[in-house]
Design a protein around this ligand. Structure first.
Ligand code: ADP
Ligand code: MN
Ligand code: MN
Ligand code: MN
Length: 349
């Protein structure tokens, strides 16, 4: 029996890395193949902004395999790291940097992540789907978590995407319509089940596969997800990637609050370093308006959506749990976000 394996990786496009993928036909994969059953593969790095034409071969190292809901049973999506010919990580390989921080000690924290991925659905005219040809929709207000054809733009894509994320076995947590019309969110990460791990590598790999599936499903509609931090200028919400984070110590009823306090102190000191990897065009989004804190300020608060870090009300009440870093923008790389947070709380650099 032959099946198809879609090898997915991140290219070297600047300033925002893009997804690439190609298909390999493999035999005897079975229902639940092991990672080892997917061979290393190579690609032309000169066509992905990753190497010069005269020395173009780069390696794809499979790191995470899930079911392929597009092609169905017996087919798989294979997230890969990009390696140089000598087996060392390519300079564009942000996942390798995350592994480095984990191996240096962050693994001991038993950290869990949850990424809230916002995006805007664009149509073939490169405008938010269903927006009027001239002028703008009604001002923001009625669209967040709305229902009804007059306030909902693009739901079929969202429904389809959610379905395939579940079928793939991704850690999808939920979805909602966002504040700007045609803007949506899905979350990937901790879901409260002891059966699954919401560790840094799993949640970030799943986050990238979920983005790939969103683009892929979009092809069926002629629509493209837009991950810009501020896709529409003016009085319209930007798109973020709130990152929820906990460790075994923040989740410990005996020392949750005090650990969160320590982490907040460390995060404040490294604010600039975080902003540097939290997305391109982030200054247009973190203005202090539209549920954000100004990019030059670091503020933490309970249930306050104008903060850099929000402690959920429920967490403040019980004294342990997780917190939300509201700074990351929609186009930030989850590998870089997770690596930065873990580096900061472990004093890696
Ligand atoms: P918001 O109220 O900010 O919109 P959402 O409901 O969109 O929040 O998302 C909540 C996120 O918090 C999810 O991504 C979920 O995985 C994450 N989360 C919940 N509990 C934890 C935890 N203990 N550690 C890490 N992340 C968590
Ligand atoms: Mn949310
Ligand atoms: Mn949101
Ligand atoms: Mn949030």
């Amino acid at each position: 029996m032959f099946g198809q394996a879609e090898y997915i990786w991140l290219d070297g496009t600047k300033p925002v890395q893009q997804l690439r993928s190609k298909t390999r036909i493999l035999h005897d994969l079975g229902d639940k193949p092991k990672l080892e059953q997917f061979p290393q593969w190579s690609f032309d790095g000169s066509s992905t902004n990753q190497s010069p034409g005269n020395n173009s071969d780069l390696l794809l190292e499979p790191v995470c395999v899930v079911r392929d809901p597009m092609r169905g049973d017996g087919n798989f999506l294979v997230m890969c790291e990009v390696m140089n010919e000598d087996g060392t990580p390519h300079v564009t390989n942000e996942r390798a940097k995350l592994r480095k921080v984990l191996d240096a000690g962050a693994n001991d924290l038993d950290a869990w992540f949850g990424f809230e991925q916002e995006y805007v659905i664009y149509d073939q005219n490169k405008a938010p789907v269903d927006w009027p040809d001239h002028g703008f929709p009604a001002p923001q207000g009625p669209f967040y978590c709305a229902v009804g054809a007059n306030v909902i733009y693009g739901r079929p894509l969202v429904e389809q995407h959610t379905k395939v994320c579940i079928e793939a076995g991704l850690l999808i947590y939920g979805t909602n319509a966002e504040v700007m019309p045609s803007q949506w969110e899905y979350q990937i990460g901790y879901r409260g089940s002891k059966e699954e791990s919401a560790d840094a590598l799993t949640t970030t790999d799943h986050s990238w596969i979920a983005r790939w599936l969103l683009y892929r499903i979009g092809e069926e509609y002629g629509w493209t997800p837009n991950f810009d931090c501020k896709p529409v200028k003016g009085d319209w919400n930007g798109s973020g990637q709130h990152t929820n984070f906990s460790t075994k110590d923040t989740r410990d009823p005996a020392k949750g609050s005090s650990t969160i306090e320590i982490y907040l102190g460390l995060l404040e000191k490294k604010h600039k370093e975080h902003i540097a990897v939290y997305g391109v065009g982030l200054e247009e989004r973190l203005t202090g308006h539209h549920e954000t804190c100004n990019i030059d300020q670091f503020r933490a608060g309970t249930a306050d959506r104008g903060c850099s870090i929000r402690i959920p009300r429920q967490v403040a009440n019980v004294g342990y749990g997780y917190f939300e870093d509201r700074r990351p923008g929609a186009n930030a790389n989850p590998y870089s976000i997770a690596a930065r947070i873990l580096a900061t709380v472990t004093k890696f650099d």
